[in-house]
Design a binder for this molecule. Structure first.
Ligand code: GUN
Length: 300
């Protein structure tokens, strides 16, 4: 029997409706609408699409948004000045500096990405990339959760998949997905309760020597490497749940990190690309922006 397709688009839409209802309650309580400030440096086409999608999603949820476009030639000092301006603007609830910043090959000035992310006020850090928010997550007392892994926790919960006591293999160790995903599932609890936590987690990566063998031990396999279709059917334990975080453009087609057609025949449940994990990232960004506005209104 082919795997159940986990419909991330539908779940993201549920979450977005819930956030919209919460925003309405927040505003009717006498608060200004939450506002997301996005900063886009340069002209990267994929980033332009992401930022436009984020603006649209904000509007639908009743969240205000502003977009500060800066040329590729922006210097680190100029970008840090922009972040400082947004940090001190009381109308701005959340700040998102779209990544990647332009490389020197793309007309950039060699901005140190880490220095910019470190400069964002942790209380406005809706991406949860700041060391303060990463540290709080590591210690099991998270404030903001990074959007993609948090979206995956929501997806698992809302499709009735538990991770407690299971072996989860995360392929990929990025700061945006792999590392925080592993940390979240290894914790004792989650925003969806202990059933979607308490996993035994293995982090695999490009230097893992016996990758196929390790992946085959996974009850839940999470692929977040950014390499098109690298997870093949032989790497999947029959009946495993497969979560594909990859969004790779190959000859004008979007494909994940999992070879979908063959994986679907082996797994019990799988996320498609597109329409799986992707839509949840934006839904959780809206959630974080509202959370930021609530914390700031409460003077925290
Ligand atoms: N570029 C790709 N994904 C993301 C993300 O989640 N946040 C930011 N700021 N940039 C990104």
């Amino acid at each position: 029997m082919p795997a159940t397709r986990l419909d991330g688009k539908k779940i993201a839409s549920e979450i977005r409706s819930e956030v919209a209802a919460d925003v309405e309650t927040f505003v009717s309580g006498g608060n200004h609408p939450p506002q997301l400030a996005a900063v886009l440096v340069g002209e990267d086409p994929a980033s332009q699409v992401y930022v436009r999608n984020k603006e649209r999603a904000c509007a639908k949820a009743g969240i205000a948004s502003r977009l500060d476009r800066m040329p590729a030639a922006t210097t680190q000092a100029e970008l840090l000045a922009k972040v400082a301006e947004l940090n001190s603007d009381p109308a701005v609830s959340g700040i998102l500096v779209q990544l990647p910043l332009p490389s020197k090959a793309n007309g950039g000035t060699g901005i140190d990405e880490r220095a910019v992310l470190d400069a964002i006020d942790p209380i406005k850090d809706v991406d949860a990339f700041s060391p303060v928010n990463v540290g709080l997550l590591m210690q099991g007392r998270p404030r903001f959760l990074p959007c993609t892994p948090h979206g995956i926790v929501q997806l698992l919960h809302r499709t009735g998949i538990e991770t407690s006591g299971k072996h989860v293999v995360v392929v990929g160790r990025s700061d945006i997905v792999g590392k925080p995903m592993a940390m979240m599932l290894a914790q004792k609890d989650s925003t969806c309760g202990p059933a979607v936590a308490n996993a035994t987690v293995t982090i695999a990566h490009s230097r893992t020597s016996n990758l196929t063998e390790i992946c085959r031990q996974a009850d839940i396999l999470i692929a977040a490497v950014g390499r098109p279709e690298m997870i093949t059917a032989d790497m999947i334990q029959p009946g495993a749940v497969v979560i594909d975080v990859g969004i790779n453009r190959v000859e004008d087609k979007l494909v994940g990190d999992v070879a979908f057609d063959e994986a679907e025949a082996v797994a019990s449940a799988i996320t498609p690309v597109p329409g799986g994990v992707g839509p949840l990232t934006i839904a959780m960004l809206l959630h974080n922006t509202l959370m930021a506005a609530k914390m700031q209104a409460a003077g925290k």
